[in-house]
Design a protein around this ligand. Structure first.
Ligand code: PMP
Length: 372
């Protein structure tokens, strides 16, 4: 079976698994404990993983807080900023094409009296910078904008967005879940970006582990926000709970591999995407239509309409040979809010399939599409 649902999750890299195993078995210590070796070894492993992730993202290790993944990181930042800065304002700006972990968090805050602006997007899912500028008010405390869309692959112009937020002195958060290991960026170059959410299972790490980047100011102090989880004070008192050392080690190795192979992986994903679109175009001609843009996107993600075909029926019939999805795995029972936001009709939406590739496959594997 050919797995083409890598935006939903990815397979764990064998090196990640190998590195994790000792921390499930013999190195089982709590990194918050002291003196004895299993605790010290666990602490050292966490430190190393934090450094590897910082090196991938282009930030300082002390700007990273380990979480259970992007759902938690998104909740942490949005609720945490809303709570901490409530005396400064009650307005948040986001987009109509965010992941549910951003949208539902914003909707929850609306029930608590916060005001949220949901920006429209263009036909490929990108925001308009002028509209963003227009929405900024004195009460705006946070802007949360997805970097790479999980259904379309389109990338927002994060450099300009970061500059706008910097000039206006407003915190910017970005859900970067889908771009890690697939887009070359360094947080050093985005001084306006204060918070970032990432998740290991999207780049060949384990599930249930991710991180929040929180920028330090010029005095070396982390940007303040109210913690989501109170307790024993781990992670700078911003995320209490015993650290999941084996998962953190896995995240660290996944980050190391992502950094080492970044250019090569991007090149391979682009080539695979091009090959797949060529096969699909040869085979289906005018019976297919791409929802995604060709440029400025996450390599290896395509969203394609099979005209006149119901996507669920198609995916079910393909499932013995090819694993793909209609869009986001997190809201697969509802029609996609992302495709709705780019203006697709219900028929177009219901004929859309997302194929998301990984470097674990070869060109030859994609020839299966020729035999369908
Ligand atoms: N944001 C985006 C853009 C995603 O694609 C996902 C995963 N589908 C999430 C957030 C949630 O990530 P996690 O599974 O780590 O909670």
């Amino acid at each position: 079976m050919l797995y083409l649902d890598n935006s939903a999750t990815t397979q764990v890299h064998p090196e990640v698994k190998d590195a994790m195993l000792p921390y499930i078995m013999e190195e089982f210590g709590n990194p918050s404990s002291k003196y004895y070796s299993v605790a010290e070894n666990a602490k050292k492993a966490v430190k190393e993983a934090r450094s590897s992730l910082a090196s991938l993202l282009g930030c300082s290790p002390s700007e990273l807080i380990f979480t259970s993944g992007s759902t938690e990181s998104n909740n942490m930042v949005i609720k945490g900023v809303a709570d901490y800065y409530q005396s400064k304002g009650n307005h948040i700006i986001t987009t109509k094409v965010e992941h549910p972990s951003v949208l539902e968090t914003c909707r929850y805050l609306e029930t608590k009296g916060y005001k949220v602006s949901y920006l429209d997007v263009d036909q490929f899912g990108r925001i308009n910078l002028e509209e963003l500028r227009r929405e900024i008010k004195n009460e705006t405390i946070l802007i949360s904008i997805i970097w790479g869309n999980n259904e379309l692959g389109s990338l927002n112009d994060m450099m300009s967005i970061s500059n706008i937020c910097y000039e206006n002195n407003i915190f910017l958060h970005s859900d970067a879940t889908q771009i890690v290991g697939k887009v070359n960026f360094s947080l050093e170059n985005y001084p306006g970006l204060t918070f970032l959410s990432i998740s290991a299972h999207k780049f060949h790490g384990p599930k249930g582990i991710g991180a929040t980047f929180i920028r330090k100011d010029q005095y070396d102090i982390l940007t303040k926000l109210t913690p989501l989880l109170h307790g024993g004070g781990q992670e700078n008192s911003l995320r209490s709970g015993t650290l999941a050392v084996h998962n953190i080690v896995g995240l660290g190795i996944a980050a190391k591999l992502a950094k080492k192979n970044l250019r090569e992986n991007i090149k391979k994903l682009k080539q695979l995407e091009e090959y797949l679109t060529t096969i699909l175009s040869d085979k289906f001609g005018n019976n297919i239509l791409y929802n995604n843009d060709r440029d400025n996107k996450i390599p290896g993600v395509i969203s394609v309409q099979f005209k006149g075909t119901n996507n669920e029926v198609l995916l079910k019939s393909l499932s013995p040979f090819i694993a793909a999805s209609t869009g986001s795995a997190c809201s697969s029972s509802k029609p996609s809010h992302v495709l709705e936001a780019i203006g697709l009709s219900i028929e177009e939406l219901r004929s859309t399939v997302r194929f998301s590739l990984s470097t674990f496959i070869s060109r030859d594997d994609l020839n299966i599409f020729r035999e369908l």
